[in-house]
Design a protein around this ligand. Structure first.
Ligand code: PMP
Length: 401
C-alpha cells in the first residue's frame, strides 16, 4: 500500500537541519530555525512563564479534562482584548469571536477551512516570498487557486510596493489575501502606516478579504501594543477580517501550541452562526485544543503584574536581536564588504533577509558552516557575540568570491 505513491522532496528546512546536525565542525552556526535563542545558543524559558507554571501547578486546579471545542473562555477573551485593545469598538459591539487554536498554524488552518467550506472562497494570495507552510495550509483546506503578490525588491532590498499594488489590483474579487502584520517572515520588511493605508484601500475597492497573520507580535518594535496597530487599523477602517495570532514566539511557548483565530464581523448576529460552524471545523480536526500553553497565556494576560513582567521579557528578546543586527552590520562595514548593509538594521523581527545570491548562500554553508535558508533568511537570534566575527568574515568572503 505505502509503496504506491511518489515521495516528494522533503521541505527545505528539515533537510538543512539534518545537514547541520551531521556537520562535525565546531565553527557551525545555526541561523536556520525560526525560534529565539539566548546568547548561550539555548532556547529561553521566559522567567514569567516559569513563574506562572509553578503558580498554576501549586494552585491545584490544573486538571486535565477535555476543554471546550473552541478553547477556554478566559483565554479567548484575553486574546481578543490583547489583540484589538480593550476599548475596541468591535468588542463593545460584540461582533468578534476568538477561537483558541494550535498556534497560529492552527488558526490559519481552521480559518482557511471556514472561508472555503462556509463562504465558498476558492482563491488565495500570498506574499512572494512567504513562510513555507502558508500555501500547504490553504490548499489542504480545499482552496483551488494559489497566487503570489510581489513583496520583495531584491535590488533595493525592501518591499516591492509597486509590484504588490499591481498584483493585488489584478486579484479577482472575493479572493483571500494573507497579510503578515509585522516582522514579516522571511524578509523582515513591513509596510509603513502610509503603505498599509494604500493596501487597505485597494483591498476594499477590489472586495478582497484580509486574513491577517501575526506570528511575531512584539518582535517588530519591541512593544506588543504597537505591533498590533495594523490589526486595529483594519477594525477602524470597518473591515471584516480574520487574524491568526501566535503566542509561540513572544511567550517562548513553541511546542505548547498556543494561538488564537480572531474573527471580526460587521454584525453581532453572525457570531453564533460562526461559532456553530467553527465547532464542527475545530472538532472535526482535533476535537479540543491543548490546555497548558493557553492557561499560561491567559494567566499572564489577565494579571497586570505578570503582564508587565512579560512585556519586559519580550523587550529582552527584542534588544538582543537589535544588538545582533547592529553587531553584524558594524562588522561588515569595518571589513569594507562591498555593498550596502543598511537593510540588516532596517529590517525588523527575528529574520534578516540578507540578499545574497543562492551560490553565495551555498558557499556560506559549505565553506564556512554558516547555515541559513536557501533564500538567504537568517535567524538573527542564532547570532551571538562569540559567532558574530565568524559570520561577518564568512559573508565578506562569500561576497568577494
Ligand atoms: N505565520 C508565520 C508568518 C510564521 O512564521 C509562523 C511560524 N514560523 C506561523 C504563522 C505559525 O506560528 P505558530 O508556531 O504559532 O503555529
Amino acid at each position: 500500500v505505502f509503496s504506491s505513491f511518489e515521495p516528494r522532496t522533503p521541505i527545505e528546512v528539515a533537510g538543512l537541519l539534518a545537514e547541520i546536525h551531521n556537520d562535525p565542525s565546531e565553527k557551525k552556526v545555526d541561523l536556520l530555525s525560526g525560534a529565539y535563542r539566548t546568547e548561550e545558543k539555548k532556547p529561553w524559558v521566559l522567567p514569567v512563564v516559569r513563574k506562572t507554571e509553578i503558580m498554576l501547578a501549586n494552585d491545584g486546579n490544573t486538571y486535565h479534562e477535555y476543554g471546550h471545542f473552541l478553547g477556554s473562555t478566559e483565554f479567548n477573551s484575553a486574546a481578543t482584548s490583547f489583540l484589538l485593545g480593550k476599548e475596541s469598538i468591535a468588542i463593545k459591539e460584540e461582533r468578534t469571536l476568538s477561537v483558541q487554536t494550535l498556534g497560529a498554524t492552527g488558526a490559519l488552518s481552521i480559518g482557511a477551512r471556514f472561508l472555503r467550506q462556509c463562504l465558498g472562497r476558492t482563491h488565495f494570495y500570498l506574499s512572494d516570498p512567504c513562510w513555507e507552510f502558508h500555501e500547504a495550509l490553504f490548499m489542504q483546506a480545499g482552496f483551488v487557486q494559489s497566487s503570489r503578490y510581489r513583496y520583495w525588491n531584491a535590488e533595493k532590498r525592501c518591499i516591492d510596493m509597486d509590484g504588490l499594488m499591481e498584483d493585488l489590483s489584478k486579484a479577482e474579487p472575493y479572493s483571500v489575501v494573507l497579510l503578515q502584520t509585522c516582522a514579516h517572515n522571511p524578509t523582515g520588511c513591513d509596510p509603513t502606516p502610509e503603505q498599509w493605508a494604500k493596501i487597505a484601500s485597494l483591498m476594499r475597492k477590489n472586495k478582497l478579504f484580509p486574513f491577517l497573520d501575526m506570528a511575531y507580535q512584539g518582535f517588530a518594535s519591541g512593544d506588543i501594543g504597537e505591533d498590533a496597530e495594523v490589526v486595529r487599523y483594519f477594525v477602524d477602517q470597518g473591515f471584516e477580517f480574520m487574524c491568526a495570532q501566535s503566542f509561540s514566539k513572544n511567550f517562548g511557548l513553541y511546542g505548547q501550541r498556543a494561538g488564537s483565530l480572531t474573527i471580526v464581523s460587521n454584525c453581532a448576529h453572525t457570531i453564533p452562526h460562526i461559532i456553530s460552524e467553527m465547532i464542527l471545523i475545530a472538532g472535526g480536526n482535533y476535537m479540543v485544543p491543548p490546555l497548558h500553553g493557553s492557561r499560561i497565556v491567559a494567566t499572564v494576560l489577565n494579571d497586570p503584574a505578570l503582564f508587565q513582567e512579560w512585556e519586559r521579557c519580550v523587550k529582552t528578546m527584542f534588544d538582543r536581536i537589535i544588538a545582533m543586527r547592529t553587531g553584524l552590520k558594524k562588522r561588515l562595514e569595518t571589513l569594507k564588504t562591498p555593498g550596502s548593509w543598511d537593510h540588516i538594521t532596517s529590517q525588523r523581527g527575528m529574520f534578516c533577509f540578507i540578499g545574497l545570491a543562492p551560490a553565495q548562500i551555498e558557499y556560506l554553508r559549505k565553506k564556512h558552516h554558516v547555515y541559513t535558508l536557501k533564500n538567504g533568511r537568517m535567524n538573527v537570534a542564532g547570532l551571538t557575540t562569540t559567532n558574530l566575527d565568524h559570520v561577518a568574515r564568512s559573508i565578506h568572503d562569500a561576497v568577494l568570491n
